[in-house]
Every structure is written in C-alpha cells, then in structure tokens.
Design a protein around this ligand. Sequence first.
Ligand code: ACO
Length: 311
Amino acid sequence: ELTDEERRFSEIIAADSRVEPRDWMPDAYRRTLIRQISQHGHSEIIGMQPEGNWITRAPSLKRKAILMAKVQDEAGHGLYLYSAAQTLGITRDEITEQLITGKAKYSSIFNYPTPTWADMGAIGWLVDGAAICNQVPLCRASYGPYGRAMVRICKEESFHQRQGFEILLTLMQGSPAQREMAQDAVNRWYWPSLMMFGPPDDQSPNSAQSTAWKIKRFSNDELRQRFIGMLVPQAEALGVTLPDPHLRWDEETQQYAHSEIDWTEFFEVLAGRGPMNAERLRARREAHENGAWVREAAAEYARKRLDTRAP
Ligand code: ACO
C-alpha cells in the first residue's frame, strides 16, 4: 500500500512533471540526486585545473581571454550545481569536505594531464562534447533545480565545445608540427572521453533506478554511441583520425562498431590511481586551505553586520 505522499511522488514522475525541493520524496531519490549532483559539481570544480594550467601560456591575448572565460564558466557551473545539491539538505561544508577528503567521486576525465596547447582544443571538442551529449537529456531530469541548472550549463558548454573545435581546426590548418600536436591530443583524449559516459550498461549499478525516476533518460552506452556518431563527421571536417582501427559503420545495427574500451583503465582512475588523481586533490586541498582567511573574514563581516542591526 502506497502512502498519499508516495502516490503523489509517483504521479509527478509518471506525468513527466518536476519534483521540487519542498515536495516529499523517497530518501533513496534524495540520496541519488545528492550523489550525482555533487559529483557533477566536483567535476566542474576539479575540471578547472587541467585548463587553468594553460591560462598563462595561451598563445595569444585573445586565446587567453577565451580560456579564462571558459574556466570561469566552469566555476559558475560548479556553484550552481552545489546550490542545487544544497536544496536537497546537504550543506556546502559537507559537500566540500567529501571532495577534499577524497571521499567523493568526480569525473574520471579530469585525472589526465594537459602537456600541450592542443589539449585545450581536444578538451573543448571531446570532453565538452561528451558533457553536452550526457547533459542535454539531464535538462529534463525529474528534479526541478537540477534540470533547470542544466539548461544554462548546456548553453555554455556548447560555446566551450565550439572553441575547442576551432583551436583544433586552426592547428590542423597550420604547420606539420601543429597538425601532429593536434592529432596527438586527440589520440590521448578520445578513449578517456568515451569513458566519461560511465561503465557499460551491464556494469552500471545505478542506471535502472535512476531511469525509473527519470533522472537518467538514456543509458550510458546509448549516449556513448550517440557521441561517437556525432564525432565521426566532425573528425572528418577537422582532418583528424579517431584512434580506433576498428571504428566502422555497421549497416545491420545502424550505428558505429568500435573496439573494446579499456575498462581496467577506467576503474583504476576511479580508484584514485589515474595519472593526475593525487595532484588534482592536492591542488584542491591547497586552494581550500589558502581560502580559509576569506571564509573567516566573510563570516566575521556577516556577524558584525548582524550585531549592528540588532536593536
Ligand atoms: N568518472 C567518475 N565516476 C564515474 C564515471 C566517470 N566518468 N562514470 C560513472 N562513475 C561512477 C558513478 O558515479 C557510480 O559511482 P557511485 O555509485 O559511487 O556514485 C559508478 O561509477 C557506477 O556508475 P553508474 O551506475 O553508471 O552511475 P550513474 O547512474 O550515476 O551514471 C553518469 C554515471 C552517467 C556519469 C551520471 O552520474 C551523470 O550523468 N552525471 C552527471 C554528469 C556529470 O557528472 N558529468 C561530469 C563530467 S562533465 C563536466 O563536468 C564537464
């Protein structure tokens, strides 16, 4: 027997309507959203590092201004997402604590290094491309604050993807060494970008329930497949080769067949053993500690203002 609250919640989900912060919701739904939204926010915050690394070295003033704007957008996305998570009852301190103690996950993709300028192109094209593919369906997620945050985030992500594509296009029209640098970056980012969509469907413990709750609208493998289909013509336009010798159109399934993804690498990165995991957390922790005086000053300022207003 369903309680009235449970029935009301099921009706909202069935009607493709939105669950709002003050509505009753099952605990497991709340926990799943806190998990996904906070991990998503952490990905944006940690995701500032691989590109922040290139702000001082961007090859022109214009490139620097664009890259700076992009990294600032990521900070903004992180903050909207943390705010959306806070509507579910977790505090900002708890969210931060989970990240800096290494308890929380964030996207595997940000644990790879960015040794060349072409990495800025590959990240925009592949990483932000994958992010859009995964996030456009999340605009219809059943939880209102999350879906609405996604709308603006996706608009900004499409600008990010265009700028990455354009960096690669410029390099591909340059010298042989520049073309080689672009291809090398694509070779390094292609497989990790496919891993962003998460484990294969038969190894994705959260998918069934998240789909039933209409948080997820497509499976990890479906979105990954859609992404590959998007990339093939774009790679042709760029003149880069996607580093998969077995990639081919399959008439029978009407989709691209591809080589096996190295899931061992994915699970190693998730376990904290990717090339940059330790460095990303170290830098995040250091930034948090260096910001302690700002938090203290802000709290003190707020306290004093309250004091002076008191009757
Ligand atoms: N990197 C790190 N962890 C991952 C990744 C990944 N690429 N993919 C899956 N995982 C984790 C899941 O978080 C889950 O761990 P948990 O249960 O401890 O939280 C576990 O692997 C199993 O995966 P699933 O059961 O498939 O998990 P889920 O249903 O949450 O699907 C997905 C994973 C598709 C990433 C989903 O959480 C999602 O759409 N999140 C929002 C988008 C997002 O976070 N993007 C971040 C990168 S894009 C950007 O910031 C630019």
